[in-house]
Write a protein that binds this ligand. Sequence first.
Ligand code: NAP
Length: 292
Amino acid sequence: MEVIILLEVNGSTQLAGIIGNPVDHSLSPLLQNSFFASVGKNAVYVPLKIAAENLEEGIAGLWSLGFIGANVTIPYKEKVAQYLTGISTEAALMGAVNTLVRKENGFWGDNTDGRGFVKALAHRNWSPQNKTAAILGAGGSARAVSVSLAQQGIKKIVIINRDLKKAGEIVKVIGQLGVSAKSMQWNEPLIKRVIAESDLIVNTTPLGMAPNISALPPFDTKVLSRGQFVVDLIYNPLETKLLQEAKGQGCQVENGLGMLIQQGILSFEIWTGQRPLVKDIRNKLEASLLAR
Ligand code: NAP
């Protein structure tokens, strides 16, 4: 059963939304409309599917129509910056924008993904200060997560990826932030030791995501042990095979909902200056996922 929020739309209703392609499976409309309702703000948040060739005029159109802001998702996070009045330092370091903020002459871009990730860790009483991390994958989310971990005092990051060039690009950015970083491919014998000795292991690959729920990142999960924190950015399924196996090894685990919620709260705060009330939001998102 789909969870529908009934909104009363009137002449003063403000607009926000998420730009991407596809957007029909996005949880952000449920998340952000719940946030608007929680503070009694007269606003709605809608999915905005847009073709690549219409991206520039689409963004200009949203500004002309008075949108207070928008999120950006796949495949446009790396492409929208050229159509904005400017971007934050964080978005520049991450090479991606996930939040558009209305300004006088157009939208300005920020990225709340990495900060949201670190906040989700803080909610589980985990701080990056002086810790080590192994990041599995080297795409957009790996870069966002790595930059924020580096900004929050992590000691060392190893990026493990098939494409060493992509991992190397993240290593370069992290290095500029003064954090020790290395890139490795999956077939290097040292991988076992790196994963076994990391305080934090983050899966940023789609391996394990529905419908291929039996897939695992290619390392022996028996090297995991108590005291390690294993985070999977995937939230469908709520518990990936990686998280099941990590739990079995005694690790602390977290799925991608924490990051999704926290990046959403940060975007909402930027748009509205208000803090949403979020007590039951995780249950709401889980119910929506389980109903699919
Ligand atoms: P992306 O830019 O496409 O990067 C995906 C990475 O996974 C790439 O480095 C790729 O390696 C690696 N990969 C893909 N298939 C692989 C395979 N079969 N074996 C080994 N490595 C593989 O994607 P993204 O935007 O970073 O997103 C990645 C995941 O994070 C997705 O599952 C997405 O849903 C999730 N995510 C969650 C949140 C959240 O809020 N929870 C936010 C953003 C993303 P190569 O470079 O070698 O191709």
